[in-house]
Every structure is written in structure tokens, then in C-alpha cells.
Write a protein that binds this ligand. Structure first.
Ligand code: 13P
Ligand code: SF4
Length: 310
């Protein structure tokens, strides 16, 4: 089959089997083109909760599909490739967090949404990369344990100097590889470009940025800006998608190393296969199954985020 034929078949299967496809913006271009919704992880889960389709296919990483299931417990949520986990979300287990909580029980646990549902059951408030600063600023509690990303955590720490924020030493291996030298060089190579950076990058990089924000934040900024050139400091697919959407602007990579191998595990053929398998027993191995108890316990910190305007 050609790519064109595969895409047409996916479109037919979507209608036949009542499927809505979600794709995180770090997915490849061919997957983005068959998706009904594209964006950052939390926005996609909210989008999925609003559609009427009974089947959701989430092209992204495991915690994102879990979040979609938590917000749509009555829908069937599938991952096209179950090997796709988030390397940051897998860095902290429940025993480690339980130990940290026991050592300092007076700290409120603020969790980046890039955490497993199991870990979320032990957390008080969830945040996304776009809401982290706003939510932490608005908390009445001063003593906080921020998990798992120490780079997003230190970005929040800087923006909330009145808080006592303890960090866990986790982070995104893809974003944390970028160095200050690469940022300085990219700015020197492209003096007219604005540097847009994800807060999962190290402080030495975010300090040099013209804008720091989530993947959707970076995309919105670039689309709305009058500037014509941008250096993109997040997963390299974002530069490609922006170049398609804004052909009159120029997008440069901050680093050739910001690539999330797990986001790239899912292929268009994986998406086709799960759509083809849905409504048969073959799809069971890719369905996200969570007990009602896990959903209700893990959702507490997400509900708190929603209540705080996240
Ligand atoms: P966003 O919520 O900004 O899409 O971030 C998700 C992610 O995994 C970034 O690495
Ligand atoms: Fe996880 Fe990093 Fe990949 Fe985002 S880019 S999904 S944080 S490993």
C-alpha cells in the first residue's frame, strides 16, 4: 500500500468503527494528517472527553493515553504502539514517592502530568507545562514537592520565589541534552530569530529564551508573532509542523538531538493496524485498561488542577 492508500483506509475505518484519532504534536507528519485532534497531552485528553465516538486511538506515549482514559472512562482508549512510554514518567515509582512523602509529610505534592496514573494516586495537584507556574503561584501552601521534572520544577521555583519548592532529580532525556553553548551558537547563527523553548530544557537554556512554554504555547507564539524567524527548542517535529503551517516563516532547530524516540515509535502503519483491529479480539493487547479504583484515585490530582483553573 502507498502512504496515500493507508491514509484513505484509516479515514474509512474511522467512520466505520466510530474512531477518533488523537496525535500529540511530537508525532510524525503522516500521523498528524490523519488525526482528528493534534496538540499537547492534556488538551488532547480534554478533546477526547468531548467527542461522541466510542473508540479513541491515542498516538502519543503511555501516560497520555492513561490520562485520556481517566477523563473518558466509558470510552475504549487504544495505543497504536504500546512500547511508547515517556522516559521521564517512568523515572519515579510509587515507593520512591511514598518514601519522600514520609520523610516530609508537610509538603504538598505537585506532579507534572508526565507521570503514570499509579504515581498520580499519591499526588495532590497535577500541572501541565503551560499551567505549572500559574497553579503553583495560586496555591496557599508554601511547602511543595515538585515531581518528577527538575527542569520544569526549577523554572517554577524561579517564578515563585516565595515558595519552598523541593525538586526530584528527574527530567526529560530529550530536552535536557541541550546546552547553553548550543543556544548561544543558534542565536549567533540566526540573529533575527526568536528562541522558543520548552520548560523541560535546562535553566541555562531557558534563561536565554525569548519565550518559554508548552508545545502548543510555542506553536501559538510562532504563528501569532510578526517575527519571521524562530529557533525551536523542543522536539524537532514541532519545527517541521510549524514550517508546514507557516510557509512564509523560517524555523530552525535549537539542537538536532531533541528527538523523543518513544514518540517516534508509533508509525502510520501502527495507526492503521489498530484501526483495523478495533472491534476484534486482536485489539485487546493495545487497549488501556484501568480499574475504577485506579481511575478515581489518580483523578483526584487532575480534578484539583481543573478546580484551580488548569
Ligand atoms: P506538552 O504538554 O507541552 O505537550 O509536553 C508534553 C511532553 O511530553 C513534552 O516533552
Ligand atoms: Fe517524555 Fe521527554 Fe518524550 Fe516528552 S519528550 S514524551 S517528556 S521522553
Amino acid at each position: 500500500m502507498t502512504v496515500y492508500e493507508v491514509k484513505n483506509k484509516i479515514e474509512e475505518l474511522k467512520k466505520q468503527k466510530d474512531i477518533c484519532i488523537l496525535a500529540h504534536s511530537y508525532e510524525s507528519r503522516d500521523i498528524i494528517e490523519v488525526a482528528d485532534f493534534v496538540g499537547d497531552s492534556y488538551k488532547l485528553s480534554v478533546d477526547a472527553s468531548k467527542v461522541k465516538n466510542k473508540n479513541i486511538v491515542f498516538a502519543g506515549v503511555h501516560f497520555m493515553a492513561q490520562t485520556a482514559k481517566m477523563l473518558s472512562p466509558d470510552k475504549h482508549v487504544y495505543m497504536p504502539n504500546t512500547e511508547a512510554g515517556c522516559r521521564m514518567a517512568e523515572q519515579m515509582d510509587t515507593d520512591t514517592l511514598a518514601g519522600m512523602k514520609a520523610a516530609e509529610p508537610d509538603r504538598l505534592v505537585v506532579a507534572y502530568i508526565n507521570t503514570t496514573a499509579e504515581l498520580k494516586t499519591l499526588c495532590d495537584v497535577c500541572v501541565t507545562s503551560s499551567s505549572a507556574v500559574r497553579i503553583v503561584k495560586g496555591l496557599k501552601e508554601k511547602k511543595i514537592l515538585f515531581i518528577p521534572d527538575c527542569n520544569l520544577g526549577s523554572f517554577v521555583q524561579k517564578a515563585c520565589p516565595d515558595k519552598d519548592i523541593k525538586l526530584f532529580n528527574g527530567g526529560c532525556p530529550a530536552h535536557a541534552v541541550v546546552t547553553r553553548d548550543e543556544a548561544v551558537k543558534a542565536k549567533a547563527d540566526h540573529p533575527n530569530a526568536l528562541l522558543l523553548v520548552h520548560p523541560e530544557c535546562r535553566a541555562e537554556v531557558t534563561e536565554l529564551a525569548d519565550y518559554v512554554g508548552s508545545t502548543s504555547g510555542i506553536m501559538d507564539f510562532a504563528k501569532k508573532s510578526d517575527n519571521k524567524e524562530f529557533i525551536i527548542g523542543t522536539e524537532m517535529s514541532i519545527a517541521e509542523h510549524l514550517q508546514f503551517e507557516c510557509p512564509d516563516k523560517r524555523f530552525y532547530l535549537l539542537s538536532k538531538n531533541i528527538i523523543c524516540p518513544n514518540m517516534k515509535l508509533t508509525t502510520l502503519m501502527d495507526v492503521y493496524r489498530i484501526c483495523d483491529d478495533i472491534d476484534t479480539d486482536n485489539a485487546q493487547d493495545r487497549e488501556i485498561l484501568m480499574s475504577d479504583e485506579l481511575i478515581s484515585k489518580a483523578k483526584v490530582c487532575i480534578d484539583k488542577m481543573i478546580q484551580l483553573g488548569g
